[in-house]
Design a protein around this ligand. Structure first.
Ligand code: ZN
Length: 242
């Protein structure tokens, strides 16, 4: 029997029949892996913890004719504390959705894997403003996809942006007043500055950035529109009332 060991985070867990669950694991080694957890729906099942979203662990998988079956799990972190704060939990779920939208079967994503872990740690243990973490996560994700946002000059005419600044949610460009299109949203100088600082700051240093929720919410809204364009799919999470 072929066995393999992977390190990964559970993104999704759905019931399969009466007793089993199918889990989607985002692994460092293989990217997205779907595997069956046998018998975990009974109350005293040994591997029940591995059916929880956010479970970060080493998984040993056996390859069967119809896919992988989990044979043992060595827990590294359950990120249990995420479930104690509803807002944090929702933000962490949004990270999971963004990862799911990013993954293509058969591809690996080392940078994204590390980014997800760092983000979950910031939210769970460092009490960092989750909106800062989400903004950083989205900026990094765009960068890994090859669409890093540029903060020097207008991206169309290449002249310095002197007055009003616009972010184009289709192209992801920062534009001047002359180059803006109907998909460009004006952003304040403060929003521009904060976004630029977040972009240049490491995840582990985000905590030191001071910003109002209002600024961050607007930035998240714009980045969400841009990411939807990049994924060509709708993002269901990250809905905030105005
Ligand atoms: Zn321009």
């Amino acid at each position: 029997m072929e066995e393999l060991k992977i390190t990964g985070i559970v993104l999704k867990s759905v019931n399969y029949g009466e007793k089993d669950k199918i889990i989607t694991i985002f692994s460092l080694e293989l990217g997205k892996v779907v595997a069956t957890l046998k018998g975990v729906n009974s109350s005293n099942a040994k591997l029940k913890f591995a059916s929880q979203v956010f479970c970060f662990a080493e998984f040993v998988l056996a390859k069967k004719s119809n896919g992988y079956v989990v044979t043992s799990v060595n827990l590294i972190d359950s990120f249990y504390d995420l479930t104690l704060d509803y807002d944090n939990f929702l933000m962490a779920c949004a990270l999971i959705e963004l990862v799911e939208l990013s993954l293509v079967d058969g591809e690996t994503y080392e940078n994204l894997f590390v980014l997800l872990l760092k983000s979950l740690k910031e939210i769970t243990y460092n009490n960092t403003n989750t909106k800062l973490v989400i903004t950083k996560f989205m900026l990094s994700l765009l960068k890994y996809m090859g669409y890093e946002i540029q903060f020097e000059n207008c991206q169309r005419c290449n002249l310095p942006i002197m007055n009003k600044i616009y972010f184009d949610v289709i192209s992801g460009d920062m534009l001047c007043e002359n180059c803006k299109t109907y998909t460009s949203y004006e952003i304040s100088k403060q929003e521009f500055a904060i976004l630029r600082i977040i972009n240049a700051t490491k995840m582990e240093n985000l905590k030191s950035i001071k910003s109002s929720n209002e600024v961050l919410l607007n930035l998240i809204k714009l980045l969400k529109l841009n990411l939807q364009e990049r994924f060509n799919k709708k993002i269901k999470s990250l809905n905030f009332e105005d």
